[in-house]
Design a protein around this ligand. Sequence first.
Ligand code: F6R
Length: 609
Amino acid sequence: MCGIFGCILRNREAAPIIHAALKRLEYRGYDSVGELTIHKGRFYIKKDQGKIDEVHRVHNLDDLPGNIGIGHTRWATHGAPLEVNAHPHVDCRGSIAVVHNGIIENFAELKLELESRGHVFKSRTDTEIIAHLIEENSKVDSSLGLVKATLEAVKKLEGSYSIAVVSTHEPSKIVCARHESPLVIGINEDAIYCASDIPAFLHLTNRVVTVEDGELVVISRKGFEISKIADSSVVTRKPKLIEWTPEMAVKQGYPHFMLKEIYEQPACLRNTLRLQEHYLDLMATFLDRAREVFLVACGTSYHACLAASYMFSKLAFLATYPVIASEFPEQHGKSVNIDSTILAVSQSGETADTLASVNCARERAATVLGLTNAIGSTLTRVSRVYIGQQSGPEIGVAATKTFTSQLSVLSQLALRLAKKRGKVSQDEMDYLAENLEMLPDTVETIIQDQEEKVKEIAKKYKSAKTFFFLGRGSSAATAYEGSLKLMEIAYVPSIAYPAGESKHGPISLVEPGFPVVFVCPRDGTHKTLVGNIMEMKARGASVIAVIEKDDEEIKKLADDYIEVPKGIPEVLSPIPYVIPLQLLAYHMAVERGHNPDTPRNLAKSVTVK
Ligand code: F6R
């Protein structure tokens, strides 16, 4: 997730406006920043790695001539956060420039093609190919203007994008296009803006046009023109008046970042399906060769590791050991050696205990692999191979979208490994891959259909003193995660256990009305889980079950239930089944009068102020 911005102004310098807009978009990404203005037919560019204030201190982002320009604030997906990878990116001649938010899936193929035709690339980004594609189109047919050359270029792109393109040859227009990444236009009397999000210009205008997927927009001093990318047909759309305050706009109208990020999960999951396959392959090769594999992480990321250990075992027949990072050096420090592999999972890539485990492993010559949301973080620097999970910055302190994205990447990794080891049939591979593709829609359905129900449940149990979360198999990991969220955000003491273990002690806590949340996909664990539910019911527990739709057997037993669509393969079930639990924690916090974005005693390793 990155922030793009562009503006065309009358009688005012663009640079301070771009700078202010990028500052307001910083929550979308903050590892590098860039600005470009056009003056007298020339580009003026300032860009660097670092947060906007740091880059401004060194480069003075307000000091660029001209009243038209574009800007970008980055959250790295392809290429480390370095000056050379900061946007805007230009073509070979330096006369076409692009800022981009999204992920171009087929960039590697397009780059090879372009290089074979003599194009020279400076960055490691996927974005740069767009500038070269536009250049190529203009070279092949010099009569094509910027608009047509951009149109033909975006037709070749697979993946997600919102872009703003400028050219020194047509210095009074900005061409934008959108597919699966947000893009809005803002209008007032003496200016026109394009941006990833409304907060970029809400302090300047509240007249907004939302650009839809598959549309191209040309903005100029005369206004804006929207057309469809597929057939160039013209689209007429009137601006709407936005009544949001700037604070609401940053959260896109959601009351809290946590809820916004819960709602972002379908889009984030789609991003995880756009990973470069060779990274997955490379990591799978390391895992395949390892004598022993430790999955090391803290908190929510540890729960992703726990779920992943079931995936690796069930799909690839690989035993992996999930370990809480703060325990790793004590528990395994002495036995780790050159044949060991450590897959460290950390959203921030900066969590001290995870990095300490990694250091411990490196000192003993083990192989370190990393999965993180922060490219350029310490974890990416110390890992032999790393994968960026591409969830965009997570501003809410509670990890939500990053958890499900981690699960999606880890399941893809398990699938890769299974294929390498010949442990799954082609049919099973195809079936799982298809289901992974469908998960973003499934998650969207759950959020939309079940939130009201979850809200009612939160109202009903808001005064409960303690909660139990139980599940079997990989749903035990889901239960742990649901419990952690509830404690962290709603301050409800909560205990999670593999359901089968609950009778060995914890069950003595249960008395009439004690809320027990069961995670109950209809998989191999279903039958025994029904037994566990009965045990709890026999002691008067109030059972809240997350079930597969139309699971009449559990519906009859449960006091309350939340339904998840049918047919989710067992190894993927933690992704959809955790969604109601995230919503439950969120609504319990709200019902109990707490702000879910600012849990006490906790801080994110990486935050934007
Ligand atoms: C829980 C939460 C924390 C983090 C943990 C690890 O909602 O956010 O438990 O999961 O601090 O953080 P990362 O993944 O950044 O290493």
